[in-house]
Design a protein around this ligand. Structure first.
Ligand SMILES: Nc1ncnc2c1ncn2[C@@H]1O[C@H](COP(=O)(O)OP(=O)(O)OP(=O)(O)O)[C@@H](O)[C@H]1O
Ligand SMILES: O=P(O)(O)OC[C@H]1O[C@H](OP(=O)(O)OP(=O)(O)O)[C@H](O)[C@@H]1O
Ligand SMILES: O=C(O)c1cccnc1
Length: 489
């Protein structure tokens, strides 16, 4: 049954517990305490050595439009039973905080803050779920796309996944992320319209089936379309599809731009080599071979090892669904909160697993780049008042295995956070998706090949400054002392 309420805002795109916590903060009068939250993931997806951040533009739209609609409020009051007072409070609630974020296309690694939110507690709390939802999916898909692009190198990759995506939103935002990650085009026309993405495509088996044979179908397509890529595997690739594509291309000559053929089944290595020879022998050395069929970086690598003669790859299911790792696992943690006296105080979450202990305090994030070779030495998390770019030499050490350390000199410290929202106003204008894609591609030059290989890459250093580490240790000790006091009664 259709809801009695219109779907007119994204503000309830949150978990119930956020609203329950918001109510407690409000009832206790601590809702406007300034708080600092960080959004980050711990483990890189797909066993990759880096991730590509995507999701900022949608996050900004969401924060800009953050407000409970009248129908949201009616639902909360009438169906979920929140009090009239609290509903009255929510009615005027807007996002008024500051946001610092990486830009889309930035290289990102585990345990470093991608986004920092500084906002009244209630606001920072209520936006958690949506921000995670956006960043987790888009960053995952941008990373998968980049991983695929690392394998295909200069071959063209088209995103074909809409039909297999987890619903419409995922297709739209996923394909945008895939372009940021390095793909050349998408078959999704709405995404093309919304984000000004290059759209591309061939035709389906249904065209050939509808016309009953390859010849009629290819001619029918060519009558209305100058650029032609014929799908050749409907009946028999080498006996019918490829020879017919060649025949039609010869018959039509300059009337069409015979761009090539698409293979969508069978042994791609064998068929692509055979088709390449047929096309070359027929005088079409520039005709491209496009392939699709459940491809991912592993199959592509294997096909390349078999010297498959492929120029363009169409990738659907395994990219858009994040097939081999369907979730990124980014989290959103509070790292500081204003005390009653107005001073900021660190907060920490302890875990038996050292890697899961949060790093408290208001912090900054730098990429340390060697001025001599232009390569990234690692990322460096500092306390808010540190300026590593003014230092001559910094010590970088592993945040858990601290004996792994190095001194770095002659470096550039690039601040990875841009202020994108100030007092609730979006002050950042997103560049075009194409520009984000170029930025992501350029960024990869910062990395040594060891971090970019698809199998067992080296771990890129994400280190804490000494001050940040000391602060974390002090916070851990304070919690230990507190627990000890409780134990002692
Ligand atoms: N030479 C090859 N080496 C490794 N994998 C290949 C090779 N050729 C094709 N593949 C991959 O093997 C899988 C074969 O899929 P499948 O078993 O569905 O066969 P198919 O030929 O596609 O049949 P269908 O007509 O049902 O699509 C696909 O993921 C495809 O990308
Ligand atoms: O294999 P993917 O990576 O997911 O790429 C998308 C797939 O979608 C189409 O197949 P589908 O069977 O849906 O349609 P068709 O009848 O045109 O082959 C296309 O031919 C690809 O095989
Ligand atoms: O254009 C294509 O060839 C295409 C588009 C979507 C899915 N599969 C193929």
């Amino acid at each position: 049954m259709k809801s009695k309420y219109p779907d007119d805002s994204l503000t309830l795109h949150t978990d119930l517990y956020q609203i329950n916590m918001a109510e407690s903060y409000w009832a206790d009068g601590i809702h406007n305490r300034k708080s600092v939250f960080e959004l980050y993931f711990r483990k890189l997806p797909f066993g990759n050595g880096f991730a590509i951040f995507a999701g900022l533009e949608r996050m900004l739209e969401y924060l800009r439009d953050f407000r409970f609609s009248e129908s949201d409020l009616e639902y909360l009051e009438n169906d979920l039973g929140y009090s009239e007072d609290f509903i009255g409070y929510l009615r005027d609630l807007r996002f008024t905080g500051d946001v610092y974020s990486m830009v889309e296309g930035e290289l990102v690694f585990g345990n470093e803050p991608i986004v920092r939110i500084e906002a009244p507690l209630v606001e920072a709390q209520l936006v958690e779920t949506a921000l995670l939802n956006i960043v987790n999916y888009q960053t995952l898909i941008a990373t998968k796309a980049s991983r695929i692009k690392q394998i295909v190198k200069d071959d063209v990759v088209m995103e074909f996944g809409t039909r297999r995506a987890q619903e419409m939103d995922a297709a739209i935002w996923g394909t945008r992320a895939a372009i940021i990650g390095g793909l050349e085009s998408t078959s999704n026309v709405r995404a093309g319209k919304l984000f000004n993405l290059p759209v591309a495509g061939t035709h389906a088996h249904s065209l050939v089936q509808a016309y009953k044979n390859d010849y009629e179908a290819f001619h029918a397509y060519a009558r209305r379309h100058k650029d032609c890529v014929f799908l050749v595997d409907t009946y028999n690739t080498l006996k019918s599809g490829v020879p017919t594509a060649i025949k039609v291309a010869k018959e039509l000559g300059d009337k069409i731009n015979f761009m090539g053929i698409r293979l969508d089944s069978g042994d791609i290595a064998f068929l692509s080599k055979a088709a390449r020879k047929m096309l070359d022998d027929a005088g079409f050395p520039n005709a491209k071979i496009v392939v699709s069929n459940d491809l991912d970086e592993y199959t592509i690598l294997n096909l390349k090892a078999q010297n498959a003669m492929v120029d363009m790859w169409g990738i659907g299911t395994k990219l858009i669904t994040g097939y081999d790792q369907p979730a990124l696992g980014a989290v959103y943690k509070i790292v500081a909160i204003e005390k009653e006296n107005g001073q900021m105080e660190d907060t920490i979450k302890i875990s038996a697993n050292a890697e899961k202990v949060t790093t408290p305090g208001q912090k900054k994030l730098y990429r340390i780049i060697d001025r001599e070779n232009g390569k990234a030495e690692g990322d460096y998390i500092t306390m808010f008042d540190e300026e590593p770019q003014l230092e001559e030499r910094i010590k970088m050490f592993h945040p858990v295995h601290t004996f792994i350390s190095k001194f770095v000199t002659n470096f550039e410290a690039k601040n990875l956070h841009t202020k994108v929202v100030e007092n609730g106003q979006v002050i950042y204008e997103s560049p075009s998706v194409q520009a984000m894609r170029e930025y992501a591609t350029e960024n990869l030059d910062l990395l040594w090949d060891e971090y970019k290989r698809s199998l067992n890459p080296e771990e890129y250093p994400v280190d804490l400054s000494q001050k940040c580490w000391d602060n974390k240790m002090r916070n851990i000790q304070e919690v230990k002392d507190m627990v000890e006091q409780i134990e002692l009664g």
